[in-house]
Design a protein around this ligand. Structure first.
Ligand code: ADP
Ligand code: MG
Length: 377
């Protein structure tokens, strides 16, 4: 009876999610910083206070013209890291129920992507989404163990720079990035599992172990940075946690994936001004960010052809973007007037990803499919 009730609750939860669709877009406006304030005291971003738009609307004032946007949720400059996590904790939790989840941070360099995802190391209040997610997952695992669930978790971390994958947990860091002969190739198997050749995958048993790996990855990124001209803002950082849960007494198994992605800066580097490596970078970033938006757009529109293969990033995440997986895009915006053009671009990008949601119900999962998924029986 207890199992039945639980199954019913999950089904109901899923039905609600199906109706709402699987793509969410949040917007986070960071505070005005000391460096921004130099250009002027005024801000270019406003928050409508009508009840309808409260907490969901953003307005931009550019040359006296107002641009309005609505999202699933808007975080104001005063919103804390905890406020943000509160809104995503359920999504994170669903990876333990066997869902494939992607959370992206999008925005120009300096808009708060890394602050949102990683936070400030060493400062408990300023911890970002990645450490908070891991703490929650390992805490829940502890509780689920008492109900007979055994979980195995694996972590990998990589960076995509100029359409090339770099393993951030590789212990062999002697050779500079890109000069190595190792080319990481991506393959998806019939079960929807992704395999990246020669990628370091680490079994983890606690959030502390993952913290250690995160700092190792950060170190590895900054090594690349000095060699490669601020690479970290020019590359996508992809953190992946694979979760396999088995409950023998209930004869159930779940496989979830949590992908947390700090995207490359979305600013437009003027193409005319950039040459050589810089131009190549710009093209690679533009290509992958526009591919990402194309893919999400095509998925929501249920188009027959989804252009996953147009970029490394979308191909890597293919099994975690389609089907009944869940996607959240956090669009980070700076309120500084000097950033207004970039902010408008970011909001428009987000609006495209968001607007495709409205009025297009996503594929409905039948009760039978749900049963198969959770092995309810
Ligand atoms: P990005 O990763 O998009 O380039 P960062 O996350 O590095 O941007 O943020 C740029 C600067 O702004 C950093 O100094 C960061 O600490 C600060 N910052 C970003 N968002 C916030 C926020 N919500 N509250 C306080 N400071 C923030
Ligand atoms: Mg950053």
């Amino acid at each position: 009876k207890l199992v039945e009730g639980e199954a019913l609750r999950k089904k109901l939860h899923n039905t609600i999610l199906e109706l709402k669709g699987n793509i969410r877009v949040f917007c986070r406006v960071r505070p005005l910083l000391y460096d921004d304030a130099a250009d002027t005291e005024t801000k270019s971003v406003y928050f409508p206070t009508t009840t309808e738009a409260l907490g969901r609307g953003v307005e931009l004032l550019q040359n006296g013209q107002k641009h309005s946007f609505t999202f699933d949720k808007v975080f104001v400059p005063e919103s804390s890291q905890e406020d943000v996590f509160e809104e995503v904790s359920q999504l994170v939790q669903s990876a333990l129920d066997g869902y494939k989840v992607c959370i992206f941070a999008y925005g120009q360099t300096g808009s708060g992507k890394t602050h949102t995802m990683m936070g400030t190391p060493g400062n408990y209040d300023e911890k970002g989404l990645i450490p908070r997610s891991l703490e929650q997952i390992f805490e829940s695992r502890q509780m689920l163990q008492n109900q007979g669930w055994k979980y195995e978790m694996q972590v990998s971390m990589l960076e995509i720079y100029n359409e090339t994958i770099r393993d951030l947990l590789s212990t062999n860091r002697s050779s500079p990035p890109e000069s190595g002969t190792k080319q990481h190739t991506i393959k998806h198997d019939a079960n929807g599992n992704t395999h990246v050749s020669d990628l370091t995958i680490v079994d983890v048993r606690s959030s502390r172990e993952v913290s250690y790996l995160l700092s190792r990855a950060a170190q590895s990124r900054s090594v690349g940075k000095t060699q490669m001209n601020e690479q970290s803002s020019r590359s996508h950082f992809v953190f992946t946690l694979r979760i396999v849960g088995v409950n023998e007494s209930m004869d159930q198994q779940v496989q979830g994936v949590l992908n947390l992605i700090d995207l490359a800066g979305s600013e437009r580097l003027s193409k005319s001004g950039s040459t050589g490596d810089r131009l190549k970078e710009t093209q690679a970033i533009n290509k992958s960010l526009s591919s990402l938006s194309d893919v999400i757009f095509a998925l929501a529109k249920k188009e027959e052809h989804v252009p996953f293969r147009n970029s490394k990033l979308t191909y890597l995440l293919q099994p975690c973007l389609g089907g009944d997986s869940k996607t959240l895009m956090v669009v980070n915006v700076s309120p500084a007037p000097s950033s207004i053009n970039e902010s408008l671009c970011s909001l428009r990008f987000a609006a495209r990803v968001n607007a495709c949601e409205i009025g297009t119900p996503r594929r409905q999962m039948s009760a039978r499919q749900l049963d198969a998924r959770f092995n309810y029986g």
